[in-house]
Design a protein around this ligand. Structure first.
Ligand code: SF4
Length: 326
């Protein structure tokens, strides 16, 4: 899954418009591949000097899945969240206030626009591509989009679909920018995990009922700009920690807004005295609502820097670039 892909598109429950069969995912007979060699093996298949004969039946199966993703991208997605159902991606989101908005005031969330959905779509297509080439290279891919469901109590369940199991390892595919790839290619840690990927994968790894049990969990990273691929294993949270996290979310959504603290604090920007939103808030759909009391009650002020827009909660010295506050 790509690093900015929305949970509703992943796990919201709308069925694919194309009921594609699971691709024929056969391991090349007699070959036992090691997931740590995945990128080398995939690049070998793709190398212009390699004489490789594609499994066209396998490719057709993946093409059906890609067709399903294309069709699914056009489906309307504005159903409010229902109390009682958590998605696996929710476990990764550490800000309880964000959960509160999702369940109680979804009308204040920024809507998914066409180009964002298009961005998610090609992340999904890349995921299919990397799993296809993994199989062409002799790796075993099983349990694509397998549902992992856990009943927390009589009122709440957690659900989510895994990307698959490769060579016995439960994997999550993340396509990212070159900047993100550099950040993660040597392994993701809780310190670098701005989007809660580790918790989501932890849920899948701890609560799946796959037989045989996957050995562990890890990420397949794809650099969208340069085509680099890398598998990295990761140390994952245990069941108890995941249950505690889910319980905290459930309790928070039944409180009032003011009783649910923000998950992040503004951070200084340079030495100007200005303060900006941290990365955890920058991608939050509710940032305008949540920080409406910033800048003395005027709300967030957004300035367009060379590296992209930056949201300020406090401006003591006017930035020397265009203000694009909405
Ligand atoms: S803007 Fe930040 S603090 Fe507010 S809900 Fe979103 S993630 Fe939480």
């Amino acid at each position: 899954m790509n690093d900015e892909r929305s949970a509703p598109l992943l796990e919201g429950g709308a069925a694919s418009l194309v009921d594609a069969p699971t691709p024929t995912r056969q391991m090349n007979s007699g070959i036992h591949r090691n997931i740590h060699q995945l990128s080398k093996d995939v690049y070998h298949v793709l190398d212009a000097t390699t004489d490789h004969t594609a499994d066209t039946q396998l490719a057709a199966g993946y093409a059906m899945h890609i067709g399903g993703e294309l069709a699914k991208a056009t489906v309307k997605r504005d159903t409010p969240r229902q109390k009682g159902k958590l998605w696996a991606s929710d476990i990764g989101k550490r800000c309880l206030r964000q959960h509160w908005y999702n369940f109680n005031e979804p009308q204040y969330g920024a809507k998914l626009n066409g180009y964002t959905k298009f961005k998610f779509l090609y992340g999904n297509i890349l995921e299919e591509a990397v799993l296809y080439f993994a199989e062409e290279a002799g790796h075993t891919v099983t349990h694509p989009q397998h549902m992992v469901e856990h009943t927390l109590n009589e009122d709440w369940t957690i659900r989510g679909r895994i990307d698959g199991v490769v060579d016995g390892h439960l994997i999550d595919v993340k396509s990212t920018s070159s900047f993100g790839y550099k950040r993660y290619k040597d392994g993701i840690t809780h310190a670098t995990d701005s989007f809660g990927y580790i918790w989501q994968l932890g849920y899948y790894t701890q609560f799946n009922t796959i037989d045989p049990v996957p050995k562990d969990g890890g990420f397949i990273w794809i650099d969208k700009q340069n085509g680099h691929i890398k598998y990295t294993p990761v140390a994952l949270p245990n069941r108890d920690a995941i249950i505690i996290r889910a319980t905290n979310i459930i309790q928070a959504v039944d409180k009032s807004e003011g009783d649910v603290v923000r998950g992040y604090c503004p951070e200084p920007y340079g030495k100007s005295g200005n303060e900006k939103l941290p990365i955890g808030c920058a991608y939050c759909n509710f940032k305008q609502r949540c920080w409406r009391d910033s800048n003395g009650g005027k709300g967030l002020r957004t300035f367009l820097y060379q590296q992209g827009p930056i949201d300020f909660t406090e401006v003591k010295r006017e930035p020397k670039c265009l203000e694009i506050t909405t």
